[in-house]
Design a protein around this ligand. Sequence first.
Ligand code: ADP
Ligand code: 5GP
Length: 211
Amino acid sequence: MSPGSLHRGLLLVLSAPSGTGKTTLAGRLVQAHPEAEFSISMTTREPRGAEREGVDYHFVDALTFQRMIERDEFVEWAEVHGNFYGSAQSVVDRVFATGGIAVFDVDVQGGRSIQRRYPEAVLVFVLPPSMAELERRLRERGTESDDAIRRRMLAARSELEQGAQVYDYLVVNDSVEQAYAELEAIVSAERCRRGRVDLATLGLEAPKHGS
Ligand code: ADP
Ligand code: 5GP
């Protein structure tokens, strides 16, 4: 934690079936919080639509991805829809050093891996208001073929079932304003959790060695 930072680092995992709106919500959160960092995943899939290198993802080839696994540079990685995705350990190290917020946009298996490694991570699952609305958003986004949309809709159901059972918080993204307000409330409450407020900064506890 950086000197003078009141809060300890927070790992915030956002998961949802593709098309639900988690990128929209994560983007807002990072914009509103200068201390928040969006974890830009590595992926072996091709960029789609207006996606840009180093903004939406780091697009890498399979060999580069494999080397990163071997060097233990991922906090978690997984195969999703036939492509590899992974989150950099360096983001976690940075927010623990600065007291910031790391925002991960990962699938349920990724969220569970982060939680296994860091049990204090906060897992938020974003739900679509209905399956029909999810399909409508995917089509409206216009970035996938009919076939890819069918595959994603099939995967969505099992993601929803898993996420709804194991995640700490469930946020329904019907109105984006309401969903964002709920996400903000979760972050605010989690920042105030006992254990995340650094009492030494307030002069209430001797600073711990190395903090
Ligand atoms: P994800 O990251 O979960 O795949 P996106 O954030 O890319 O989802 O959102 C998918 C599409 O749905 C985008 O076109 C986005 O603008 C739209 N969208 C997001 N939230 C809402 C909402 N609450 N109501 C209607 N459309 C939404
Ligand atoms: P998309 O191809 O739509 O960007 O993402 C497909 C799925 O991969 C989404 O569920 C997304 O959350 C997940 N994903 C993106 N980055 C990562 C990552 O670093 N790790 C894991 N486990 N999943 C990821």
